[in-house]
Design a protein. Structure first.
Length: 166
């Protein structure tokens, strides 16, 4: 079990997150998924192998790959027949006995600029899931003007992430 961190602003290795957000919009939400060893094992694997994204309607290529620092998977969001590529880079991975997760930062071409983390934590028998993100409009390009709509899409995606691990 190891922790590998590389400049992760969302700090998935920390239980308490107090980022300096600057002009980034901060989001953090923790939900209880349930209790037990089986849930912990499944939820941990679902996060580390990107199933939290794929079960939420995204494609992640390469399919079935584990999150590792430096990886640059291709994430594709689809809506109403439109496919949008979201370039990202994994900047942190946590794989410890009671905390598992990863964070990625967006790369140029992504509809927004920022970072997102998915963390599963075990507190006694209880299993918790945390989503953290720091977001702002893309610095340029057509997505910048659509940022208010993208914020709505983020809200929908976050609800799907929660359901994906239940």
């Amino acid at each position: 079990m190891a922790t590998s961190i590389s400049q992760a602003l969302t700090q998935p290795h920390l239980g308490v997150w107090r980022p300096e957000t600057g002009r980034l919009q901060r989001f953090e939400k923790t939900v209880t998924l349930g209790d037990g060893d089986a849930l912990w094992e499944r939820a941990a694997a679902d996060v580390l192998f990107w199933r939290v994204k794929t079960r939420s309607g995204f494609e992640v290529h390469p399919d079935g790959a584990r999150a590792v620092v430096g990886a640059r998977p291709t994430i594709i969001a689809g809506w109403a027949g439109v496919r949008i590529q979201e370039p990202v880079e994994v900047v942190a991975v946590v794989d410890e006995p009671t905390r598992v997760g990863f964070a990625y930062r967006t790369l140029p071409g992504h509809p927004v600029q920022g970072e997102e983390a998915f963390i599963v934590r075990r507190v006694d028998a209880r299993v918790e899931f945390t989503i953290r993100s720091l977001t702002r409009p893309a610095p340029s390009g057509p997505w910048r003007t659509l940022f208010p709509l993208l914020r709505v899409a983020q809200i929908v995606a976050r609800r799907r992430y929660e359901r994906a691990l239940r």
